[in-house]
Write a new protein. Sequence first.
Length: 315
Amino acid sequence: MLAEDQQVLHDALSWAEQGQKLWLVSVARTWGTAPRPVGSWAVIAADGRLSGSVSGGCIEDDLVARMRAGELDQPLPFLLKYGISADEAHRFGLPCGGSLQLVVEPAPVVSMLADLAQRLAAGERLLRCVDLATGAVVCRAVLPGDEAGLNGEQFRAVLGPRWRLLFVGAGQIARYLAPMAQAVGFEVTVCDPRFEAEAAWDKALAPMVRDMPDDYLLQWAPDPHSAVVAVSHDPKIDDMLLLEALKSNAFLIGAIGSQKNQGKRRERLLGFDLSPAQINRLRGPVGLDIGSKTPPEIAVSIVAELVAVRSGKRS
């Protein structure tokens, strides 16, 4: 399962190989409540296919209609605004008071898209800069302070994972958790020191390291854009990770297990150099309560909580 930016590029390159003309469309500005954040993008093919999203769907339909009518055939990137009036906001499914401005790029350079896809697949975070006056596009590594948005004639979009997830336990839950987390924008790393776990792990799902979890966490250096989850079902391995993670500033720290086992875990953690406040940061059982029982259902619940906490919908 590809992350959203990678899926847009994958489809764009596939359609270009088929001889399709392409248009890139990106959210440049929003006012009020908008369905998609600045930097969200989509690609449209000349046959009407579309990948990605800049709204809830109605704007995409209108963009395809404009493309078929020839309205998107311009020599340089240009701006397009939706939701100016209440009637237009209602027509395009925008929330009350919401409007957005799009950057439309006709005929993007396919070789540059291929380079972007390769660099994102390698885990890079990139800033894509579009000059609306000339059509020039420059891509470079993201620097501290870089933000997506429109500044005069310059549009910038941040591509690649902005969030990180480290989890210990390369078992059945991990097989579903890794691709789901990647699909919602997390760079995923799996840590499991057990030889048998490494032998069974599909490295195409996510990178795996066999370091001891507490040692690797210190090397991984969690920050406020990082989440740490223990899913091994082995208290020795899970607790090693949590002992260090609970001292970090990761935005979410969780562990699977029943309420009874979570109580026992908290009692064990009290015997180490952790304060009650640090132990109270532990989310256990991790994941939203959706009645999940199977490994894929548990993975869904964990990813749902990651997204909810990341977006501020759950404290």
